[in-house]
Design a protein around this ligand. Structure first.
Ligand code: TRP
Length: 494
């Protein structure tokens, strides 16, 4: 046992807010609503909820169970299970820290910049051209171009904010910040959704968003989208939920809290979808075009389509812009801090470092790692790294977790443990889903994505670039995970 006493959440709601903060991120705003549209509107909610129930919640319970039982960050928890398995804990925290959060914070920096640009609606009549010049975007991933100073400035700001929050620790930092950020996030998003839904033409957008087309359910791609969205949005396979659960008190409610977090996260995505589709409907109406002509997702939605819609608003467009980019920033920061915490606490657990020394170093390295994404090739690199890490890394970690817990620790043992500490209990079905169903399903997705990859290189990029940036990133983080697990534990750490 560590000599330093392990930090604890001050309250149950503090834990729930922090976990929802991690879960509710950019993906809820710009991906969920688009997936609904693309995959059969309201009918998509069916595969979405099935994925939530059969994979999302059971896996979240599993991660909470590991972290609570072993009282440690992901590496420490897997090391306690078996010293040979420590790398399974390091891998997610390393690749999310050096693969995902480095670019995620760059996107938050774009949001901060656009928040500022909202004051003058500086994107003018052609937001697409404005975005390209804002990014200094080059012709492809191989030509790096130059660093964009406003993006770098925003990035420094985002890292400073993250640093301050994580520096103050579990109770005074993360818990306090998410207790402010998450309720504000919900309130702001509800205001935006109501506003958007009452704009002229919004109804047409909402119909596109939710009109059910049940025939889509016969398409395997729809189900894959649902499962991968659940995985990413609930922060599963990131090593985050493990460490968050390690700060829970002895008697807790792992099962009940998982449900609340999953519902909170989905509700947020659903409300954000109303804001997005209300706005798209309005925009199509105002320009007198079909909705299909204005539809977009992710970066294009947030930084091109929305600015355009904002400029079209008859009144209060500045407020609408400020609201939208504030929402993205809040949602992003509350997710980013969760992985910074997961990685920092891994270092603290293993090497006995103190938080006040670890966090500044981690944030400084994260900032440096992000610089490549502030260049003119940033957008391409980000797209490639994101694709490889979320398609392969997260899913691989999910499979490994299920195999280790299901077969090595034995699912029944963890289930008994969870039921002994949790107010609400979980049935025997969970064992089968952890042992067989979830890993089989995830393996199927992994192979499917690999098959698609081999027939058509992702995003039409050159294969050499994909290998150099994407595959390499996955492999290097795996190597780093092994290196970390070979290093010696500080004596009294375990
Ligand atoms: N759940 C977040 C989303 O939907 C993604 C996310 C979770 C994330 N944890 C993270 C991203 C940590 C970066 C770092 O957007």
């Amino acid at each position: 046992m560590s000599l330093q006493k392990r930090a604890k959440w001050k309250s149950k709601t503090g834990f729930i807010f922090a976990a929802i903060g991690s879960a509710a991120g950019l993906g809820n705003i710009w991906r969920f609503s688009y997936l609904c549209y693309r995959n059969g509107g309201g009918a998509f909610l069916l595969p979405y909820f099935i994925a939530l129930i059969v994979v999302g919640i059971p896996l979240m319970i599993l991660e909470f169970g590991i972290g609570h039982r072993e009282k440690g960050s992901a590496p420490k928890s897997f090391y306690s299970i078996s010293s040979k398995l420590e790398w399974i804990g390091w891998w997610p925290v390393v690749f999310v820290m050096f693969g995902i959060v480095v670019y995620y914070n760059v996107i938050i920096s774009w949001c901060v910049n656009y928040f500022y640009h909202s004051f003058n609606l500086s994107w003018g009549a052609d937001p697409g051209a404005f975005f390209d010049s804002f990014l200094n975007v080059t012709s492809g991933p191989a030509s790096i171009g130059s660093i964009s100073l406003p993006i770098l400035g925003g990035l420094i700001l985002v890292w400073i904010i993250s640093w301050i929050i994580v520096f103050f620790g579990v109770q005074r930092g993360i818990e306090r910040a998410t207790k402010i950020l998450i309720p504000s996030l919900f309130v702001l998003t509800i205001i935006l959704a109501v506003w958007a839904a009452t704009l002229p033409g919004a109804g047409d957008g909402l119909i596109q968003y939710l009109r059910p087309d049940f025939s889509s359910l016969a398409d395997a791609g729809v189900w894959i989208d649902a499962f991968s969205q659940i995985f990413f949005t609930l922060s599963l396979g990131f090593g985050i939920m493990i460490v968050y659960a390690s700060y829970l008190p002895e008697k807790t409610n792992i099962v009940g809290d998982s449900l609340k977090i999953a519902v909170g996260d989905s509700l947020f995505a659903f409300i954000a979808g109303i804001a997005v589709w209300g706005t798209l409907g309005y925009m199509a109406n105002a320009q007198n075009v079909e909705i299909s002509e204005v539809v977009s997702e992710s970066v294009g939605l947030a930084f091109v389509t929305f600015p355009q819609a904002i400029s079209l608003l008859p009144a209060f467009s500045v407020f609408f812009g400020l609201l939208f980019f504030a929402i993205l920033t809040f949602a992003g920061i509350s997710s980013a801090i969760s992985i910074i915490e997961a990685f920092s606490s891994s270092l603290m657990d293993k090497f006995g470092f103190e938080r006040k020394n670890v966090v500044p170093v981690v944030c400084a390295i994260g900032l440096l790692g992000g610089v490549v994404f502030t260049t003119g090739a940033g957008l391409y690199w980000l797209d490639i790294v994101d694709h490889y890490l979320t398609t392969y890394g997260l899913v691989a970690v999910g499979i490994l977790e299920c195999i280790v817990i299901g077969w090595y620790v034995k699912a029944e043992n963890l289930r008994k443990y969870i039921n002994s500490v949790s107010v609400s209990k979980i049935g025997k079905w969970w064992n089968y889903s952890v042992k067989i169903f979830i890993p089989a399903l995830l393996l199927f997705f992994l192979l499917w994505s690999l098959g698609v990859e081999l027939t058509e290189p992702y995003g039409g990029y050159a294969v050499s670039i994909l290998v150099f940036i994407g595959v390499n990133w996955v492999v290097m983080t795996l190597v780093a995970a092994f290196v970390f697990s070979f290093l010696k534990w500080k004596k009294e750490a375990v």
